[in-house]
Design a protein around this ligand. Structure first.
Ligand SMILES: *Cc1c(COP(=O)(O)O)cnc(C)c1O
Length: 361
């Protein structure tokens, strides 16, 4: 909890995304102690320590610090693939398909196979099997299955991951995890990170989302995989020289902020209950730090929300609300007032509830 004498972080009233979490004072102070080796030469101690720390948490041999989750996902899949033609299969909402600027088409020359979850939440082995493309000269065979956890704020259950992974391994299909928010899944379920990671050949873990690092993701996998991924990282302009001040901040973010992720889940659950109690319908229950209002059933006029969020000094828009440990209880109360006011006022105007809003911003 923030005491009255402490200054609130600038992100305290930010509900658009958990990317808005900011470095804490202890992270900023730590820059002065950071090492200054050249990481392209593999000589920066803070960077090597962070990579080892995250690899150890994930139960993998090696890690690679990347400037973004996009770089980390893209080079991971590129490394797992060898010679086109081939396909990458995943949930139709996957960030690697929808939000990485066509990276798979451009950087890996891969066809994608988007799969729809029958249960409306996450894809299962039964969704995947009929969509897997066989090794036939007519086709682009499936060589990688890419999962995401959490996806749309939903935790993919460990049992389902195990089933998918074991099946893929019998077929020679590699399995990648976009674990941008795997720390959130791990905290929400009490499942150690390594228990999830054992089922994947590569995992990308974001440090700049809920944890508050200024930039960065760590890609983990076995040593040969990481050596090759480092080749692609360099090729994509992602080699960083004196990376120590970034990686030292990220390391502190793991030590100090990881235990606080649960606070965000509690905020989201409380906010979800508030929405339901006031007659708003949700896409699904809040598993982790997101609340999604179902825009097809509950209309909130974007202009009215813009006005009410301004009035109550909170930053939010659309139908997705993201929570993080830097939110203040006061800002959350203000968000509730702003949303309710916009919702009530929206009932009075005509609208076309075709759900044309972005879930991915
Ligand atoms: C944010 C995010 C990424 C990576 O995003 P960057 O902005 O490139 O760091 C990857 N996958 C998911 C699911 C994300 O939310």
């Amino acid at each position: 909890m923030t005491s009255k004498s402490q200054k609130l972080p600038s992100s305290h009233n930010e509900f658009r995304s958990d990317t808005f979490t900011v470095p804490t004072d202890s992270m900023k102070q730590a820059i002065f102690q950071a090492t200054d080796g050249d990481d392209v030469y593999g000589e920066d101690k803070d960077t090597n320590d962070l990579q080892d720390k995250v690899a150890k948490l994930a139960g993998k041999e090696a890690g690679l610090f990347c400037v973004s989750g996009t770089l980390s996902n893209q080079i991971a899949i590129r490394t797992l693939l060898t010679q086109p033609p081939y396909s990458v299969l995943g949930d139709y909402r996957s960030h690697v398909f929808t939000c990485e600027s066509a990276g798979l088409a451009i950087l890996s020359q891969a066809l994608i196979t988007p799969v729809y979850p029958k249960n409306g939440k996450y894809i299962t082995l039964e969704d995947i099997i009929p969509k897997v493309i066989p090794d036939d000269i007519h086709y682009a065979p499936t060589k990688v299955v890419s999962l995401e956890n959490t996806i749309h704020g939903i935790v993919m259950p460990l049992d389902e991951i195990k089933r998918i992974s074991e099946w893929c391994r019998t077929k020679g299909i590699k399995v990648h995890l976009d674990g941008a928010r795997l720390f959130n899944a791990s905290v929400a379920t009490g499942t150690p990170l390594a228990d999830y990671c054992q089922y994947f050949d590569s995992i990308s873990l974001c440090l700049s989302k809920s944890l508050g690092a200024p930039i960065g993701s760590v890609l983990v996998g076995d040593s040969d995989f990481i050596t090759k991924a480092n080749h692609f990282r360099k090729q994509n302009g992602g080699g960083i020289r004196q990376a120590g001040f970034l990686t030292r901040m990220a390391s502190i973010a793991i030590d100090e902020n990881l235990p606080r992720l649960a606070e965000a889940d509690a905020y989201a659950k409380d906010f979800a209950k508030f929405c339901v109690d006031h007659g708003m319908e949700l896409d699904e229950p809040a598993d982790t730090n997101f609340v999604f209002i179902d825009g097809n059933k509950t209309f909130i006029d974007p202009e009215l929300l813009k006005l009410s969020t301004k009035k109550y000094n909170v930053k939010a828009g659309g139908y997705r609300f993201a929570f993080h440990f830097q939110n203040s209880p006061e800002a959350i109360e203000n968000l509730k007032k702003a949303l309710l006011e916009a919702f009530e006022a929206s009932k009075k105007i005509k609208h076309d509830s075709n759900g044309t809003y972005s879930k991915y911003a």
